[in-house]
Ligand binder design. Structure first.
Ligand SMILES: [Zn+2]
Length: 535
């Protein structure tokens, strides 16, 4: 130890030479600390042409000694129990101040203090001797072996590093990289630059045991580890294998360790597939739900083309009335129910086979099938009157059966009808009913609300919901009804049915029925849905 001499140009010159040589031959190393009863620890050090420098920052942290840094003045101050030890970068003088008396003494050390990577490096031998002399914390420095021993009976200092090492373990879905931490790390981020194969883990307000990390055995997953320690954070930089596709930080109860899950490409692809599969399932469910929505209504104008249907007392043809009502109803739906699509089985005067009508409806994914017709008696004119709404069921009354027979007779105009239509015997009805069982309840509800709406809107008498075996309804895969709007065999009703005004009123009444039905249907659907979701 040399007591202060006046600063000379010579010593300044020596310092400059030293600085220059530092740039060329500085080598990072460590100083080992031997403890009496625990594994060794390390301090960062520099070897400059045989002279050893130790990081005063590391020393302060290792022995839990407070310290202060004045960046702008390049000063580091170590706070010993009764003294302050002050060093300045590029300066070979240590200033020691006794706190009680505020008396300072200055010591010249063999070489100036170095400042590198935000750390202060002081000549090791002089530093350790001075610290021990003024603090008596119990360290002894062996110059030859470059070892600092800590052998007092007082308990050794607590963990000085926040991150004391790293570990890598294989996991089912990749690898787990563990940063062993001595306290809970709260501020961190992990960033994988997959293209470059670098993983950056930055932990704020933490110090890492660089030496211990350096002892990590690299391999195909972690090929290289670099540690960048700054006063405010540490960045661990890993060169990762090409197989690593995603890095995800994790924490676990009961440990301070910070874990980073490294997902392999295969795993990420598998997850992606699974996510897509789940997405597809969700989409399908959504589609199925929207499929249930009352979004397509099929309007079937009875007869057409070579099949005029029944003929009124004043020669009104059923096919003209049904088409006019169908088009008017469709226009009203399109105008007032924006979320409903209208599909017609025919929009002009042409012949459409009965089986084809529900085929069109099924292909359009219809949610309601309304077949529009006009009634008639055999003997004309007659007083029989009123509208009737029919469900597809075995006819209960003779008149219902007769009406179905008349409406069904059109199949004789189709080629090969014997093959196509099975007689609606009791047995066949059972089969048809089974096929329609899923929505027969909705057919009934629609028939009821439509009947109600027509009864309140029209002067035509309400004959109620009826049932008969109409071929045109057999193939429907949706709720379906057949509406007999009125009797063309009745002079009064024929007048209504052939008038634009009368047709419009029938269409409006049917529209109201459809609107009520839609409300009721969608409410029931919502209840079923929330019921099943809740369970
Ligand atoms: Zn008809």
């Amino acid at each position: 130890m040399t007591v202060l001499r006046p600063r000379t140009f010579f010593s300044l010159f020596i310092s400059l030479i030293f600085l220059v040589s530092l740039a060329v031959s500085s080598e990072k190393t460590t100083i080992r600390i031997n403890y009496a009863n625990r594994p060794p620890s390390y301090l960062r050090a520099l070897d400059l042409g045989g002279s050893l420098y130790v990081s005063s920052n590391d020393f302060a942290a290792l022995f839990n000694l407070p310290f202060a840094i004045s960046r702008e003045r390049s000063k580091f101050e170590l706070r010993l129990p009764q003294h302050r030890l002050k060093v300045t970068a590029h300066n070979p003088f240590f200033v020691i101040t006794e706190v009680a008396s505020n008396a300072s003494s200055v010591y010249q050390v063999p070489a100036p203090v170095q400042f590198l990577d935000s750390l202060y490096y002081v000549p090791a031998h002089a530093f350790f001797e001075l610290v021990e002399r003024f603090s008596g914390i119990g360290v002894s420095w062996e110059r030859e072996s470059r070892t600092l021993s800590y052998s007092t009976t007082t308990p050794p200092p607590g963990p000085q590093f926040d991150i004391s090492g790293i570990e890598l373990e294989p996991r089912l879905n990749g690898y787990l990289l563990t940063l062993k931490a001595n306290r809970k790390l709260t501020e961190y981020e992990a960033l994988l630059k997959q293209n470059d194969g670098w993983l950056f883990v930055t932990v704020a307000n933490a110090r890492a045991d660089t030496m211990a990390i350096r002892q990590f055995k690299t391999g195909p997953v972690i090929r290289q580890v670099l540690t960048f320690q700054s006063p405010t954070s540490v960045q661990l930089t890993f060169r990762v294998g090409t197989d690593v596709a995603r890095a995800e930080p994790l924490t676990e109860e009961g440990t301070n360790n910070l874990m980073i899950a490294l997902h392999t490409k295969a795993e990420v692809e598998k997850e992606e597939l699974e996510r897509r599969r789940q997405g597809a399932i969700r989409e399908r469910l959504e589609r199925e739900r929207s499929r249930q929505k009352l979004d397509v209504i099929v309007i079937d104008a009875g007869h057409g083309g070579k099949d005029p249907g029944t003929i009124g007392v004043n020669k009104t043809r059923e096919k003209d009335v049904t088409l006019a009502v169908a088009l008017k109803l469709g226009a009203l739906i399109e105008k007032t129910m924006k979320d409903v699509k209208v599909v017609y089985t025919r929009k002009n005067d042409r012949f459409v086979e009965l089986y084809r009508r529900t085929q069109i409806a099924n292909e359009a994914d219809g949610k309601l099938f309304v077949s529009i017709h006009c009634n008639s008696t055999e003997r004309k004119p007659s007083t029989a009157n009123g509208f009737e709404i029919y469900l597809l069921r075995p006819g209960k009354t003779e008149s219902a059966a007769r009406i179905a027979e008349r409406e069904n007779s059109v199949i004789q105009l189709e080629e090969g009808y014997e093959e196509r239509y099975k007689e609606l015997t009791e047995e066949n009805f059972i089969l048809v009913t089974m096929r329609q069982s899923a929505f027969v309840r909705y057919s009934e509800r629609f028939a009821e609300v439509a009947t109600e709406a027509m009864a309140s809107h029209l002067k035509i008498r309400n004959s109620g919901v009826k049932q008969a075996g109409f071929y045109v309804l057999v193939g429907a895969s949706m709720p379906n009804v057949l509406v007999e709007t009125g009797y063309l065999s009745n002079r009064n009703e024929e007048r209504v049915l052939r008038s634009k005004d009368g047709q419009q009123k029938i269409a409006e009444a049917l529209l109201e029925g459809i609107r009520h039905y839609k409300e009721m249907y969608e409410k029931a659907l919502e209840e079923t849905r929330s019921g099943s979701d809740g369970g």
